[in-house]
Design a protein around this ligand. Structure first.
Ligand SMILES: [Zn+2]
Ligand SMILES: [Zn+2]
Length: 170
């Protein structure tokens, strides 16, 4: 099942994959579509989206596709501390991420100056730096609105930790 083309979409999934020098398969196309509709998804999340449209896809083939895409520069992998690697198709800039410590929401934020030199270390200690990542940690607007002002840092009491976790997803 192929979803209708997004109006104004610059290139379809097959074209992106072909332009990256990779062979187009149904699973790979579904992976690109999943990342387009759900940027910053983990491999497991991508897999769940892909099997919905291409049921015969294996988790391993999704991992392989994401690895191939990353090697080919088609996807960017971000790794916020303590989280699984997240994948996105937005690779052509140096944008950063806001990560919510409450619900895990991830938002793109443009680089302050738009190019990498803002992240050049004052002393690289001899490293040939090729990538710098900035992650802004905090509470998203929805979490901040529901959290008491005192719960801005992760301080859990024993009785809190025994509470059942609520997903609260619509
Ligand atoms: Zn949140
Ligand atoms: Zn991003």
């Amino acid at each position: 099942m192929v979803s209708p083309a997004v109006h104004g979409s610059p290139a379809d999934a097959a074209t992106l994959i072909r332009n990256a020098g990779l062979r187009v398969t149904e699973s790979r196309r579904a992976v690109v579509d999943a990342l387009r509709s759900h940027p910053h998804s983990s491999a497991d999340a991508v897999f769940r989206l892909v099997v919905a449209s291409v049921p015969q896809t294996s988790l391993q083939s999704v991992y392989n596709a994401l690895g191939d895409f990353a090697d080919a520069g088609l996807v960017r992998r971000i790794e916020p501390a303590g989280r699984p690697g997240l994948f996105e198709l937005r690779v052509d800039d140096n944008h950063h991420h806001l990560v919510c410590t409450g619900c895990g929401a991830v938002e793109d934020v443009d680089c302050s100056v738009g190019h990498a030199p803002c992240l050049t270390p004052s002393d690289a200690h001899g490293f040939a730096v090729h990538t710098a990542e900035v992650t802004y940690w905090g509470l998203c607007a929805a979490c901040a609105a529901t959290a008491p002002a005192s719960v801005t840092r992760s301080h859990t009491t024993p009785e809190q930790s025994t509470e059942a976790h609520e997903e609260g997803r619509p």
